[in-house]
Design a protein around this ligand. Structure first.
Ligand SMILES: Cc1cc2nc3c(=O)[nH]c(=O)nc-3n(C[C@H](O)[C@H](O)[C@H](O)COP(=O)(O)O)c2cc1C
Ligand code: SF4
Length: 424
């Protein structure tokens, strides 16, 4: 069970309500902010975050401390901190669960990140379906402001940081950093290739730090307990911290589990999720959301951390584990995901705009018994072109398709030869 491991982000999680401001403070909340404000120097916050090797939890795994340090000391003002709570990656629901549990941990984490770069404006960019979380955040930001924890003159100092909540228009691409900046500035949310990077010229050409909800929530704990403590939480030497894994699919107890990075996939499925549903066999999983590749039983015992997954050619992504059993048609599962990518392409570059609908149609025909053997090389060719696109959306979307070809080509051939789905 996840309770057998140290709990950091979800330690005080209530089943049906948030931790109130009063409770959060009783558990030591806002002490990191108080000590940092009292000290008045942003440098130690930057240093401890760099030493902690906290990797971004939003999917890309970029080192949070490195990103912070790219905001130059003499960069112009105003500076911004954006919290990415878009969470439209299929299978991912960890930020939603977290926001309904610990809104003040996020508010404190954002304010600490902001203080370390002397930012004055904070924006929480949240998907429209998370209206209840948006309202919770607005209410709790108000309470934190009344308590002098955000807003002008935080805890009596000369430092001020305001946070607002911004509801997204509701497209998956708005989760991508540069598209998100365009969306926030009222522009069409197309991605934009750096340089300049957001930390140099982001919102209205001013330095802007964008981090995921879970990344920011780790900050108060790292400031309070130090970099080594954070590293020691992980089970593998290269990793640091805990991770919110959200598990869905054919397991007995799907849900969000806080576990040390480096925990084995088999431990998550068997100990936390109560094993496979109806005694079925594990066939495959997507380890980190729809933008990662299928992982088969060969890696059932893999350590779930950024490095270990990279070594086997996969990605930890958002830590959203989607589990498939031996009754699942992998062609149908991939078709489902490809429909999502075909719908959500922003249309900016040709390979992605045209490629995903083409792939969806080919996979659809194979699934429906109208497949031909020459469709397999066609799929491979289109996938190759999808690595030459403008942003990371398309390489993410080909993850399931290329891994379908790598691990389940025999299943595709079975569809083609039998002229029907063998699982139907
Ligand atoms: C298509 C696309 C969608 C994304 N959606 C999200 C999202 O919903 N939430 C998120 O935190 N990161 C998302 N990302 C990753 C962000 O671009 C970025 O890496 C992340 O917000 C940075 O925060 P982190 O370093 O704390 O992970 C997405 C990336 C792509 C390419
Ligand atoms: S890869 Fe897709 S989502 Fe990204 S810019 Fe090109 S069309 Fe838009």
């Amino acid at each position: 069970m996840s309770a057998d491991y140290p709990q950091v982000l979800l330690k005080y999680r209530q089943p049906d309500r948030i931790t109130t401001l009063e409770e959060y403070r009783q558990h030591g909340g806002y002490t990191a902010l108080a000590s940092v404000i009292q000290n008045g120097d942003p440098a130690p916050v930057k240093a401890v975050l760099a030493d902690a090797t906290l990797l971004g939890r939003g999917g890309a795994g970029f080192p949070a401390g490195v990103k912070l340090k790219t905001v130059a000391d003499d960069a112009p003002h105003p500076r911004y901190v954006v919290c990415n709570a878009d969470e439209m990656e299929p299978g991912t629901f960890k930020d939603r669960v977290f926001l309904h549990a610990e809104p003040h941990m996020l508010i404190e984490g954002m304010t600490l990140a902001a203080f370390s770069i002397r930012a004055s404006h904070g924006i929480i960019f949240i998907r429209p379906e998370y209206e209840s979380a948006a309202r919770i955040l607005e209410r709790e930001i108000g309470l934190a402001r009344e308590a002098g924890l955000v807003g002008e003159n935080i805890l009596g100092s000369d430092y001020g940081f305001n946070i607002v909540v911004h509801r997204s228009g509701g497209r998956y691409i708005c989760g991508e950093v540069t598209a998100q900046l365009n969306a926030l500035m009222g522009r069409r949310p197309n991605p934009k290739q750096p340089p300049p990077y957001a930390t140099d010229k982001g919102l209205w050409a001013k330095p802007t730090l964008i981090n995921n909800v879970e990344t920011l929530a780790c900050i108060p704990h790292i400031v309070n307990h130090g970099a080594q403590w954070f590293k020691d939480l992980a089970l593998t030497p290269e990793a640091a911290g805990t991770k919110l894994f959200c598990v869905s699919g054919k397991v007995n107890r799907p849900g969000v589990y806080e576990l040390p990075l480096g925990v084995k996939l088999s431990t998550i499925i068997e100990d936390c999720c109560g094993g496979m549903k109806n005694g079925a066999r594990f066939k495959a999983c997507l380890p980190g959301g729809a933008s990662t590749g299928f992982m088969t039983a060969e890696h059932y015992d893999i350590a779930m951390d950024f490095d270990s997954l990279k070594k086997v050619g996969n990605r930890l992504g958002t830590g959203a584990i989607m589990v498939f059993d031996h009754h699942t048609c992998m062609v149908a599962a991939t078709l489902n995901l490809t429909e999502f990518f075909a719908r959500e392409s922003c249309g900016w570059c040709t390979p992605c705009r045209e490629g995903f609908p083409y792939l969806r149609d080919l996979l659809g025909r194979i699934e429906n018994g109208q497949g031909e053997a020459d469709m397999i090389p066609q799929i491979k060719t289109i996938c190759r072109h999808l690595w030459k696109t403008y942003c990371a959306f398309a390489p993410g979307g080909v993850g399931p398709i290329e891994s379908l070809l790598a691990h389940f080509e025999d299943e595709i051939m079975q569809h083609i030869e039998e002229k029907k789905c063998p699982f139907a």
